[in-house]
Ligand binder design. Structure first.
Ligand SMILES: CC(C)(COP(=O)(O)OP(=O)(O)OC[C@H]1O[C@@H](n2cnc3c(N)ncnc32)[C@H](O)[C@@H]1OP(=O)(O)O)[C@@H](O)C(=O)NCCC(=O)NCCS
Length: 183
């Protein structure tokens, strides 16, 4: 997985020792409340360790593109972890579980509340989106819960286009945002 660098951030591979941060991040309702159809907080370190293992093996997932990545986002100043940036296959809606990959790539972001309001999600997302479109993906989508206005603002700040609501992914009604590679 390629590391990325921005003015204030480093986007790098997750390491097993990051599990404490992962648990701290995903055990918070304000982080989880808009993620998934039945949001649940993470409860223990074993779950965090399993999450890190899955993220490190992202390329084993069906239809993974070589540029897919799930990055740990770290501040250059003092090196604290601040969040997750995801560039991955997005599942299609469908009748049977597990949902099958749609063939589209989604970008997503989960940041620690201690670090909201600084533009870090936007800075990381802009770098991830630029990397995706430069490395051969023609289209990247983002989906948010209709009530998740903070995430919708990130989509717009990084130049994605709002396409209204869709039921195409995750068996859910989502706001759909799209970015396309310039031709
Ligand atoms: C979605 C989420 C990442 C947005 O976090 P955020 O901190 O609001 O987003 P950014 O890092 O881009 O920061 C933007 C805010 O910082 C402010 N800001 C301060 N300094 C800034 C800078 N240098 N550059 C840009 N924005 C800056 C902006 O004004 C903006 O505030 P506003 O939206 O109130 O106008 C965060 O709410 C989150 O992690 N939520 C939980 C997980 C989640 O729902 N993820 C999305 C699932 S679809």
């Amino acid at each position: 997985m390629k590391s990325l660098e921005t003015e204030r951030l480093i986007l790098r591979q997750w390491q097993p020792e990051d599990a404490d941060f992962v648990l701290d991040l995903y055990s918070r309702w304000e982080v989880q409340r808009f993620i998934g159809n039945h949001p649940q907080i993470m409860r223990d370190r074993a779950e965090a360790e399993e999450r890190v293992r899955t993220w490190r093996n992202i390329h084993q997932q069906p239809l993974a593109h070589p540029s897919h990545a799930i990055w740990a986002v770290q501040l250059k100043a003092g090196a604290p972890l601040v969040g997750t940036l995801l560039l991955k296959s997005i599942p299609a809606s469908g009748g049977t579980l597990p949902l099958q990959p749609s063939g589209d790539t989604e970008i997503g972001w989960h940041f620690h509340p201690d670090h909201w309001g600084n533009g870090y999600a936007t800075e990381a997302a802009a770098a991830g989106l630029g990397y995706a479109l430069d490395s051969g993906l023609d289209k990247v989508v983002a989906v948010t819960a209709p009530a998740n206005t903070a995430s919708q603002r990130v989509c717009l700040r990084i130049g994605m286009t709002h396409r209204g609501q869709t039921e195409r992914y995750y068996n859910a009604t989502c706001e759909l945002f799209e970015a396309r590679a310039p031709h």
